[in-house]
Unconditional design. Structure first.
Length: 244
């Protein structure tokens, strides 16, 4: 018997990178997976794809409703959709700040708010939010991103405390630098992509970038019954970046 047999899992940002890796893992371990993304072409086969803009209230509600209507349950929510930015406070526009917060922070709030009534009715549920080490430490030229991921971490803890004892747990993962499409886009925009990639590797004490599959494994642990006593935690998976 697999860990997630009979479980209904909703994952945002499921069309690429970490979200797609999560969708594959939960699918392979027996779950019924609903994957939301702006571009659903990359949602893994065997998962139900739904075009979703998590910053839009109706979209968030529709994704949760689709899962609940189809299976009668919402057991696990992975709030993984997110966008980055590469500016300081002085360089960031108000529009950029609002756009990053609308996806990373408001999207997490909207999806969580839509899922909670179903979880409360079941008296069970696990929420896993994708934060970042950028929410724990300051990184140069990441003002909007750091602030938004800090908000995700604070919301994670608040939801955990608010619903402790109801059967609902809420945790976050904090990835470091992951060899993902987001990093790929960052490299593509660099004057010397190879040099930038090497610099990213060099700052990792473990000597390499992380993989989406490794982050998915961490999310699956937090969503599983093995983590039944874990709530309000932030699991750092960063190859020692924060420790160094």
């Amino acid at each position: 018997m697999s860990r997630f047999d009979g479980r209904t899992v909703v994952i945002t940002g499921a069309g690429s990178g970490i979200g797609a890796a999560m969708a594959k893992l939960f699918r392979d371990e027996g779950a019924t997976v609903f994957g939301g993304d702006l571009d659903v072409s990359g949602v893994p086969t065997g998962c139900t794809p739904l075009r979703t803009d998590v910053a839009v209230e109706l979209d968030a509600e529709a994704l949760i409703a689709a899962a609940a209507d189809a299976t009668g349950r919402v057991d696990i929510l992975c709030n993984n959709a997110g966008i980055g930015s590469t500016t300081s406070v002085l360089d960031a526009s108000v529009e950029e700040w609002d756009r990053v917060f609308s996806v990373n922070a408001r999207g997490t709030f909207l999806m969580t708010r839509a899922a909670l009534p179903h979880m409360l009715a079941q008296a069970s549920g696990a929420i896993v939010n994708t934060a970042s080490v950028a929410g724990l430490v300051g990184l140069r030229d990441r003002a909007s991103y750091c602030a938004s991921k800090g908000a995700v971490i604070s919301l994670t803890k608040q939801v955990a405390v608010q619903y402790a004892g109801t059967g609902i747990r809420c945790n976050a993962i904090a990835p470091g630098t992951i060899d993902s499409p987001w990093v790929g886009r960052l490299l593509d925009s660099a004057q010397d992509p190879q040099a930038l990639r090497q610099s990213l590797i060099d700052r990792q004490p473990i000597g390499r970038l992380g993989t989406p599959a490794e982050i998915a494994q961490a999310a699956a642990y937090l969503a599983s019954d093995e983590a039944a006593y874990v709530t309000g935690s932030v699991l750092v998976i960063d190859g020692g970046l924060v420790a160094g």
